[in-house]
Design a protein around this ligand. Structure first.
Ligand code: CP
Ligand code: NVA
Length: 318
């Protein structure tokens, strides 16, 4: 059987994505209030997951490592700089070797092709832990978090104000697969890739792009943003990017245009005073730490789908 790779939200159908979140919710419910074991059946007992990073991480690294252990498995954290990969060993050979040692591989990389090459050669599931082009595990956690606070996301309207980056691409894919509207505002030269917008339209999604953050925010149920300088952006361009994005800051004036009970989300790390003000970040509409926590839970749903075989949905049931 082909391994179940979790590379992008668009690769999975809506029903499977929904089931992943159902399982995640079930596992979270079981975990809350239980000291040990954190999952009664320890579905990852005896399984090893390799977590490979060529870029820094706090949330992704720790939530995957802790999540695997809570399910009874073991995680090996690898820095590609410490591997022969850093000295030129091919991804193809690395994938074939790792597949003999571990049961799944999560990769965070600055090179999107490396993720696809790893998936091509790996005989165990590969999970995207962020590339310059997408961050699907983050958006699964975001959707789970929004629904915990406000109920079904279908038919709701999200606004994005900021850079047209990897997180926005996965949010667009999430909007299409989970059936919510998305109004994305970015400077014209930081627009999300046209093929992503075209894909959303062809799939029947309601994803609109505008250069005007106020237009995007008007009436929205949730405003989302992210850093203005991503890990894949050149540090020499940071100052000019920040200057060009100034008008896209999520502040009280922008939040005031949204629905009165609108929420604020940010994948973190945040840069207060740049993409978001302290007032909004720390304010009553902000759910950023629930969002961070749900990385842990949503990813267990992804692991269940990738590693749980035919009965993977049982992972969410006692
Ligand atoms: N949001 C997120 O992916 O955070 P890290 O970079 O800390 O993993
Ligand atoms: N867009 C950010 C997300 C960090 C989690 C980056 O790629 O650096």
């Amino acid at each position: 059987m082909e391994p179940r790779h979790f590379l992008d939200i668009k690769d999975l159908d809506s029903a499977t994505l929904r089931q992943i979140l159902d399982v995640a919710r079930g596992i979270k419910r079981m975990q809350k209030g239980r000291r040990f074991p954190l999952h009664p059946r320890q579905p990852l007992a005896g399984r090893q997951v390799g977590l490979m990073f060529s870029r820094p991480s706090t949330r992704t690294r720790i939530s995957f490592e802790v999540g695997v252990r809570q399910l009874g498995g073991d995680a090996v954290v690898l820095s590609s700089q410490d591997m022969q990969l850093g000295r030129g060993e091919s991804i193809a050979d690395t994938a074939r070797v790792l597949s003999r040692f571990v049961d799944a591989i999560m990769l965070r990389t600055g090179n999107t092709n490396a993720l696809h090459e790893l998936a091509r050669w790996s005989t165990v599931p590969v999970i995207n832990g962020l590339t310059p082009n997408s961050h699907p595990a983050q958006i699964m956690a975001d959707i789970m978090t929004y629904e915990e606070h406000r109920g079904p996301i279908r038919g709701r309207t999200f606004a994005w104000a900021g850079d047209g980056n990897n997180v926005l691409v996965s949010l667009i894919e999430g909007a299409v697969r989970f059936g919510f509207n998305l109004h994305a505002a970015t400077p014209p030269d930081m627009k999300p890739p046209q093929e992503v917008l075209d894909w959303a339209r062809n799939e029947g999604g309601t994803v609109e792009w505008t250069a005007d953050p106020r237009e995007a925010a008007r009436g929205a149920d949730c405003i989302v943003t992210d850093t203005w300088v991503s890990m894949s952006d050149s540090p020499t361009e940071a100052a000019s990017r920040i200057a060009r994005l100034e008008a896209y800051q999520v502040n009280a004036a922008l939040m005031a245009l949204a629905a009165p009970d609108a929420l604020f989300m940010h994948c973190l790390p945040a840069h207060i005073g740049e993409e978001v003000t302290d007032e909004v970040f720390e304010g009553r509409q902000s759910i950023v730490f629930d969002e961070a926590e749900n990385r842990l839970h949503a990813q267990k749903g992804i692991l269940a789908w990738a590693l749980g075989g035919a009965h993977w949905t049982a992972w969410g049931k006692e």
